[in-house]
Write a protein that binds this ligand. Structure first.
Ligand code: TMP
Length: 201
């Protein structure tokens, strides 16, 4: 069983509000996989928005907010030793498997999986270094369009100021059967976080 398989197996035994957390040494790359051209790909290459790709496309971005997470090639990863060839091969294999699984899962509930971003990290399991999937997979990190109408059901509603972010996320959760129909979900106003000063004893 691959590492991702093992993780999924363990997660299944937890209830919906529990999470299994493993410490990882994060690989400083954002792995983007695309099935349909949109977002930065269309802007960069002048491709028509919504073009279905002949095959899924993996892109690599360096995780560096100050530099705006720049696009890099696979050779950059090796030149700067951010990961080795064996690790990237394993990661690519897993990205394609996750993509296949998620395309099917979303298709079953009337949603097109346009693209998404994944991160991976190194951890030790039974004394062996393994690469495992890290970070979240959610409508914040995926592009999800309604199959019938192409309505955006993801963070682009926020990025493009389209409104109705909460109903869109709720719709995705309901269709996946992970949110009860009667659930009482409402928006929370988040104010800017400020540091808490601790009183000296
Ligand atoms: P992009 O078209 O803006 O490059 O985005 C590709 C995918 O990656 C899209 O599903 C959104 C996701 N993404 C993140 O999750 N975090 C990010 O910081 C960026 C830039 C994109």
């Amino acid at each position: 069983m691959s590492q991702i398989g093992i993780e999924n197996h363990l997660v299944k035994r937890l209830n919906m509000r529990e999470q299994l957390i493993k410490f990882v040494e994060i690989i400083p790359i954002e792995f983007v996989i695309r099935n349909v051209a949109t977002g930065s790909l269309t802007k960069r290459l002048g491709i028509e928005d919504g073009t279905v790709l002949k095959e899924p496309l993996i892109e690599y971005c360096l995780k560096d907010d100050k530099l705006g997470d720049p696009l890099i090639s696979e050779d950059h990863i090796y030149a700067f030793d951010w990961a080795n060839k064996k690790e990237i091969e394993k990661i690519k294999k897993n990205i394609f498997r996750i993509n296949d699984f998620m395309i099917g899962m979303f298709r079953g509930v009337g949603i097109k999986l346009i693209d998404f971003k994944l991160e991976f990290g190194r951890t030790k399991i039974d004394g062996r270094k393994e690469i495992i999937l890290a970070d979240e997979i959610s409508p914040d990190t995926c592009r999800l369009w309604d199959s019938a109408t192409d309505k955006k059901l993801d963070k682009d509603r926020f990025r493009k100021d389209l409104g109705d972010l909460l109903p869109a996320y709720t719709e995705v959760a309901k269709r996946l059967g992970i949110l009860h129909e009667q659930s009482n979900v409402s928006a929370v106003n988040i104010t800017k976080l400020s540091s808490i000063k601790k009183k000296r004893k």
